[in-house]
Design a protein around this ligand. Structure first.
Ligand code: HEC
Ligand code: HEC
Ligand code: HEC
Length: 161
């Protein structure tokens, strides 16, 4: 934005060029001012368009520091949620969620991998998904982003049922 103004101002500074140049220069000035204006308008419209980012841990406190088990506890714990979906008995294999779910849900298995399973459970109804409505749909509810290394990991925590 400042670049645009600077450009317009620089063009307006009188120089010792010939009169023949002046017409061309004022045309350039009008063009430059127009461009700067369009740029400003564009920048304003753009700034108003996207909703404010909801990025737990970055732009807001992290409401789910342990991922799945931070949200799914008590009467909504994962065992209850999965029982409601007629999920098979997991026995007492699961100590850390979601890491230990991968004992069965591995990429190379017949079984759908844990990533796609988790994603479809939360985004299946698009903007109408409860997860999107109640929790901003942020990836950073389940994933953590290290701003230093740029590494993305999946949050986890001990079983709570
Ligand atoms: C920020 C909160 C939050 C986090 C974190 C979270 N969920 Fe959910 N989850 C929800 C909400 C909201 C729903 C919608 C159903 C409801 O209201 O309980 C849901 C639904 C589910 C369902 C049921 C889906 C259905 O169609 O019945 C399962 C299973 C589930 N989550 C598993 C997980 C797993 C596994 C993780 C971690 C990888 C996880 N959730 C992380 C909030 C969360
Ligand atoms: C003992 C193996 C095993 C473990 C451990 C396991 N799963 Fe599964 N899961 C399955 C199988 C097999 C299916 C396919 C449906 C079926 O046959 O039960 C499945 C299906 C699912 C589905 C899809 C349900 C549906 O109706 O679409 C979800 C969601 C799921 N698992 C989540 C989890 C989570 C979260 C964990 C960890 C807390 C977990 N699973 C641990 C075996 C396992
Ligand atoms: C409800 C929890 C949850 C949410 C929300 C979520 N993820 Fe994931 N995601 C997972 C889990 C669990 C895995 C599997 C991690 C593992 O295998 O160790 C995963 C894996 C992934 C992977 C690795 C490839 C794969 O599919 O396994 C990518 C890429 C990814 N997620 C991107 C995203 C993006 C982008 C968003 C936001 C649009 C998002 N995730 C939101 C739970 C979630």
């Amino acid at each position: 934005m400042r670049g645009g103004f600077f450009f317009a101002a620089a063009v307006a500074v009188p120089t010792a060029r010939s009169m023949a140049m002046i017409h061309a220069r004022s045309a350039t000035l009008v063009l430059a001012a127009g461009l700067a204006g369009a740029w400003l308008l564009g920048a304003t419209a753009f700034a108003a368009d996207p909703p404010k980012a909801y990025l737990p841990g970055l732009t807001a406190p992290d409401e789910a520091p342990q991922g799945c088990v931070s949200c799914h506890k008590g009467s909504r714990n994962l065992k209850v949620m999965l029982d409601a979906l007629d999920h098979r008995d997991m026995g007492d294999k699961i100590k850390v969620v979601p890491d230990d779910c991968k004992s069965c849900h591995e990429d190379d298995d017949e079984l759908e991998a844990l990533g796609p399973v988790s994603h479809s459970m939360h985004y299946a109804r698009g903007s109408k998904s409860d997860f999107v409505v109640k929790h901003g749909g942020s990836c950073l509810n389940c994933h953590a982003l290290s701003t230093g290394t740029g590494e993305v990991t999946t949050k986890s925590g001990p079983t709570n049922w």
